[in-house]
Design a protein around this ligand. Structure first.
Ligand SMILES: NC(=O)c1ccc[n+]([C@@H]2O[C@H](COP(=O)([O-])OP(=O)(O)OC[C@H]3O[C@@H](n4cnc5c(N)ncnc54)[C@H](OP(=O)(O)O)[C@@H]3O)[C@@H](O)[C@H]2O)c1
Length: 397
């Protein structure tokens, strides 16, 4: 038994080394030496782990994918490498997708660091969202056709690669008449913004929502979707040298007012709420003191929804907010929403259609993006983790 296990490990490692040698031999790029690698799993990537088994399988027309892979958890600059992978066979229920664009989101970074709520088996391809075009479909696939644009239905499927074979059930079609950057960034942040604005409080035109991290991709979607519904937004951002430029940009998107974290703590906030009603809903993507301050401005019986924890600090709720204002403290995770609605395609499609209608009518644009080629992934990962940029890094394939 031990001998068999040992033989399996040798075989596994041989597969990986073969890929590395071939890659170096082709000279297409240099394999970055990974200092943390000795502690990493040296196994081969099981690319078809999400594809349901069926007897039918053919060689896909694209044989290889260039992918950003991590073999162990750690700092992205240390553990992510660019590698060539052999694509698995195309089964009757699977589709071959040529990836077009995929963003680098905080959840992708957290997954690589090993601090996210769900972690794929290692080694893994990075990237939870992105858009691709279908170039081949298995014979049993009825819901997706060649030429369709698709986005992943769930997190952890590995979108940072040039081509991927996935089960049709893991993909959702999106209209191809929207900009590619909107499609690539549609499935997570705008969906989160729309659900949070729809599912917690009955917001009417003229009502107010307060949010922190207002310049994040979620925050920008909140501003635009709220404005389309006639809902006012009080937007909290961190102070920075180019604050006026950021404020102007968010106001052009429809922000009612933009304030800094420091202003949020000052008495002059009372003046702001002479012009607008106190918020029914607070959206917290930061945590720590920022979340506590949002709570102070909620109206009685209002709701604070926490969806992110960028400050990596717990949320403290003042006793008075619970006793005298009876605020509701809730959380939201779009991945769970999608899983809960796995068998309700109508809910998912109508949400995506509502967002695409806003995109087509110019009411919802993608976050400000920097498009980066796969070869420049180190630069893209570095920029994605830099504060005060208000810029989403998007890998283009
Ligand atoms: N629960 C869900 O379903 C769900 C869905 C989507 C996203 N999220 C979460 O939402 C958050 C935002 O995601 P995103 O893709 O919109 O992010 P993003 O576009 O990359 O923007 C990051 C935001 O976080 C702010 N930030 C970073 N570090 C901070 C700190 N220490 N204190 C305060 N603010 C800080 C940045 O502000 P500066 O410009 O000042 O640096 C920026 O506004 C992340 O935590 C993400 O995981 C959750």
């Amino acid at each position: 038994m031990e001998i068999l296990r040992f033989a399996h490990i040798i075989l596994r490692d041989f597969v990986v080394h073969k890929v590395v040698v071939r890659k170096i031999a082709t000279g297409a790029w240099t394999l970055s030496v990974n200092p943390g690698r000795s502690a990493c799993l040296n196994g081969s990537l099981q690319l078809d782990r999400n594809i349901s088994r069926s007897t039918f399988s053919v060689e896909p027309s694209v044989k290889e994918s260039t992918a950003l892979i991590y073999r162990c958890h750690g700092e992205p600059s240390q553990v992510v490498t660019l590698e060539t992978l052999k694509l698995p066979p195309l089964r009757s229920t699977s589709v071959l997708v040529k990836m077009l664009a995929a963003p680098i989101n905080p959840s992708d970074i957290n997954m690589i660091q090993g601090t996210y709520a769900i972690l794929p088996d290692l080694p893994a391809v990075g990237g939870n969202e992105g858009v691709g075009q279908v170039i081949e479909v298995g014979i049993e696939v009825k819901t997706i056709k060649v030429g369709d644009w698709v986005i992943p239905r769930d997190a952890g499927l590995g979108m940072w690669q040039t081509a991927v074979v996935l089960s049709a059930d893991d993909l959702v079609t999106v209209p191809s008449d929207i900009p590619v950057l909107s499609a690539a960034t549609l499935g997570v942040n705008p969906c989160t913004a729309l659900r949070m604005l729809s599912d917690f409080e009955d917001l009417k035109p003229g009502d107010t929502v307060i949010q922190n991290a207002a310049n994040s991709a979620v925050g920008q979607a909140v501003i635009q979707i709220a404005a389309a519904k006639g809902v006012q937004t009080v937007n909290v951002v961190r102070d920075r040298p180019n604050l006026q430029k950021l404020t102007d940009g968010l106001k052009a998107m429809g922000a009612t007012c933009v304030i800094t974290e420091e202003t949020l703590r000052r008495p002059e906030m009372k003046e702001i709420f002479k012009s607008y009603p106190r918020p029914k809903l607070a959206l917290n993507g930061v945590g720590g003191k920022s979340a506590t301050e949002l709570l102070r401005h909620l109206q009685s019986g209002g709701t604070m929804v926490t969806y992110g924890g960028m400050a990596k600090q717990p949320v403290t709720v003042p006793v008075s907010a619970l006793i005298f204002k009876n605020v509701k403290i809730r959380g939201f995770w779009v991945t769970q929403w999608k899983r809960d609605h796995k068998h309700d395609d109508e809910a998912l499609h109508s949400m995506l259609e509502e967002l695409c209608t806003l995109i087509r009518t110019g009411k919802l644009s993608s976050p400000a993006c920097t498009q980066v080629g796969m070869l420049d992934f180190h630069k893209a990962l570095h920029s994605a983790m830099k504060p005060y940029t208000s810029m989403k890094q998007v890998l283009v394939m």
